[in-house]
Design a protein around this ligand. Sequence first.
Ligand SMILES: [Fe+2]
Length: 294
Amino acid sequence: MNSNNTTKFQKTCKPKIRKEFETLYTNWRSNNGSAGYNEFAKLKEQVYPTGLVMINENNRYKTDFQFPDPDLSKTVAINMMPIVVEDLSTYTDDTLRYRDIIKVCSHVSGLHNKKCYLTIHESWVAPGLTQRRKGLHVESPRIGEGKNEFYYWGQGECLVDRPDGGIFMASNVTGSCEVYNVKIDTDAIGLGGDIEHLRSALPKDSRKLLKAGELVWITDRTPHSSLPVDHLVYRQFFRLVTSNISAWYSQHSTANPLGCEVGENILIINENKFTSDATAPGSDTSTSTLCSII
Ligand SMILES: [Fe+2]
């Protein structure tokens, strides 16, 4: 356990739990990560309810990146396009511009040759509107009313020394995205991942408004929402969903024109997610609010 995590741990845990945790962690590590992980992870869930990690806060992971210069004359709308992180032949021109940020994600989470799913959304956004999906939601939606089934998008778990799986996200507009540092239990997730009904119950001090250029890592059960902007702005949104996804909506996602296919064993859904029973009607405006006003 590195010193930063130890300090945080000492602040948040009772000594008895901490001792038990450290013993389990040591056992797991001494088994080269091959045994004892379940016990370690179970206790960790109790003491590290981590739903997000600020990647470039205090230069935590020694990151150094900037959003690429925008082309204000056009809209870019790439959604969940498969790329292989270290294979530049899978990057289109618009996605190659975000290579520096993707390299940071890879450095933090060990993505290397994994297939991940990239969203780049660059567009003008009018005052009072959101660029992306509004309403508090998670990215692991309940599917089918009354059914206890979920799709997952990267899942995500915060290991002691780094985040694993999950989703990276950033924008160039301060205050246009909110996230809560909690992980929602599946029982509470609504159709389409909607959790607006939980807003009043979430700890207020766990809410974070992202600043321009802040890269955040979240799990697919971390509450977040796009927020309305208060003035006309050209917003650049970046999201990288890591490899472990269970479904890909062909009507709402971008096929890679360079031939990089969606990963194996991933369900390709060809129906419209807004009219299927997989999502609550109108709950997901992530691709319908392409706010191109110029
Ligand atoms: Fe979202």
